[in-house]
Design a binder for this molecule. Structure first.
Ligand code: GLN
Length: 194
């Protein structure tokens, strides 16, 4: 069984734990560097990226996380988690940092503040049918992606909302709350292969 963690500093940790458990993984919450050493893959949940960033630094998790990502640990980030995986962000709060790893620029809160949540049916060629029912909640957008980054899903206007770069996976939306399991399966596949 794949032993994976969900970074449990803030955000929708429980929803990810539930999906990964249902898919047969051995799932643990990760808050400390010791706990990170015990897992073979990590999910960065949705929530508030600036808060997760601050807590990660306060808990001494930032550097261990950066090292684990650099060492090739599979990581899947949803929404705030995608922001945290990005090498570059725009519209962060003052001093906000990311863990990095994904060669992308991500714009935080890219869909505005008034009407900041919506749902969409997304074609994901890698998965085929049915389309992904995606929930965007104060969601970010990938505004620039390096050559080694594979866009997995784009909005009708061309905005990139799901990406993969090797064992790193990121979605601007939250499959963990709409019953969509294929992104988590893809993550677990790379954990088992790693
Ligand atoms: N807007 C949030 C942030 O900047 C992300 C929202 C989410 O994870 N649903 O972190």
């Amino acid at each position: 069984r794949a032993r994976v963690g969900v970074l449990a500093l803030q955000g929708d940790v429980r929803e990810h734990v539930r999906v990964l458990g249902r898919l047969g993984a051995d799932v643990v919450p990760v808050r400390r560097p010791e706990e990170l050493r015990d897992v073979h893959g990590l999910v960065l949940p949705g929530g508030e990226s600036s808060v997760i960033d601050k807590l990660a630094r306060a808990f001494g998790m930032r550097q261990p996380l950066r090292e684990a990502i650099a060492a090739g640990m599979p990581v899947y980030g949803t929404c705030a988690g995608l922001i945290l995986l990005a090498d570059r962000i725009t519209d962060g709060i003052q001093g906000q940092q990311t863990f990095g790893g994904l060669d992308v620029t991500v714009r935080r809160n890219a869909f505005g503040t008034q009407v900041d949540s919506f749902e969409a049916e997304l074609e994901v060629p890698l998965f085929g049918d049915p389309p992904v029912h995606a929930a965007f909640i104060r969601a970010p957008l990938v505004i620039e992606a390096g050559e080694t980054v594979e866009p997995l899903a784009v909005l009708p206007d061309g905005g990139i909302v799901a990406v993969r770069q090797g064992v790193l996976l990121g979605t601007a939306f939250h499959p963990e709350i709409t019953g969509e399991h294929r992104f988590h399966e893809l993550f677990l596949d790379s954990v088992r292969a790693a």
